[in-house]
Design a protein around this ligand. Sequence first.
Ligand code: PHE
Length: 563
Amino acid sequence: MRLFITGVFVRAARNARLTRGGSQSIPASIPAPPRARWASTSTTGSGPFSPYRSKPSKASVDATTPESRFLDHLQNDAEDKKIVTSADGLSGVRILNQAFVFDETSNASPSILDLVGRELYNNPNHPICITRRLIESVFNHPTYKNHVATNPVVTVKDNFDVLGFPKDHPGRSRTDTYYIDSTHVLRTHTSAHQHAAFEYMGKNPEVGYTICADVYRRDSIDRSHFPVFHQMEGAHLWAMPEPLNEKELRYSRQERRYNKILSDLKALPQPKLMVVDPIQSHNNETNPIQVNHDPKECEAICEHLQRSLEILVAKVFTAAKDAGVGNVGDDPIKVRWIEAYFPFTSPSYELEVWWQGEWLEILGCGVTQQSILNNAGLSDRIGWAWGIGIERLAMLLFGIPDIRLFWSKDDRFLSQFKAGEIRSFAPFSKYPTCYKDVAFWLPKTSPSASPISGSPSSSGSGSSSTGVAAAAGGDATKSPADANLSTAFHENDFMEIVRDVAGPLAEDVRLVDEYVNRKTGRKSLCYRINYRSLERTLTNEEVNKLHEDVKKRLVDEFEVTIR
Ligand code: PHE
């Protein structure tokens, strides 16, 4: 099941099914953080904005240290996205024009960096862009400003801290997130731009926004998980109206704000779908209204949020049905709301849609934490936010069977899509699969090498069994291979090696056997890797070579013993 990285499903927590690697403290260092480059896609409004923080001025960096000399070299002479190593053993990279020197936290591999900057959401005839446009057609001008954020490198502060992620939240761990250095990550969600977007709203007339971007998560390998995918985030805020006169009390201004929310709600059309088990109350112990919010105002915001998203779902799923995708007949579209948890919203929800015989989780949302608005200078506003995984919608809109296809440069894939058109994808061919197993003994305790920096690759100290879910695109069922061995080997580290070696040729990786030798206490794992190209038949030699490389990396980096 694909869950939201930042979410703790109340439901999931209840059956305590979900365990994840634990926390890791992240040392602070390294120069000034850039913010993602933003481009507004709306043709109206006040135009693009660029909330770049200034780079460190030359004068402030001691140009005589090896690190600053290397930084200079990366900035001026290195090839973008190519990892460079210096004579003094430093390594680093320039990503979309910003140089970074790796430190002990860095874990972004070459295969991931290679995917940075493709901007699939900007290619009008690509299914990711077509889906983005469909969502934007519901959340559009003049209420919403539609943005894209083209640079995925964001600060740890923007991705986690300002959103209220606890220091020990599993989403922060190096097993789940790609760190460029200790203060920068490849964003794990579009919420990394909330703060900047809210600040932007403080200076501009729109009351809402959408942001589309590529997001990155270390994750399992199968047909619906890829370490890079796309998200879209939306928000809508209501401002406190100006006082009618000097004497008007805050209370009555707030009453007018409440009435505005109600009238906006009334103006929304009633979508044609069936809501199963509607939420009875938006205030309860596990999913509370914020203490500083007025319950009836919050209730109205939740209604507005849910109605807006139901309109979106009705539009998307009607389009899929009209295109004849999924063969779902004439049944009404059915959705249900589930309570959820995100550090940056409360109450929080998740929306599921009944599709081809199962409940499909498609988005997370909630009432924005007031502290986030206050920090962006919007203490007089109140509102909601949501986040949607685009691939999941696109896969069902177009009937695309494998998430790797989105990254294909093959014309047989790309030529099938046209801006504004939803139609069923015709698979061009299915090439044979070739599976290979790798079985190995884990070391009892082992220092292991990070793929880049040669330092310990940690999955954090111990696993959490608090029911913390993973990823809008993540797999919440994974845990370190063994609690005692968690600092040595995490399944995501294995996935990363496979991705690095085989890239999109790895279709699926599964743990097929697990066993502890009673005498030695050592644990053996066996993974099955399914190799298949979407574009051609792989040769035996090719697959053998890939598999041998995977084994070699496994031995070199985790000191395992191949069986
Ligand atoms: N950022 C969340 C995720 O990736 C989704 C979300 C966005 C939830 C906005 C609530 C509000 O899981």
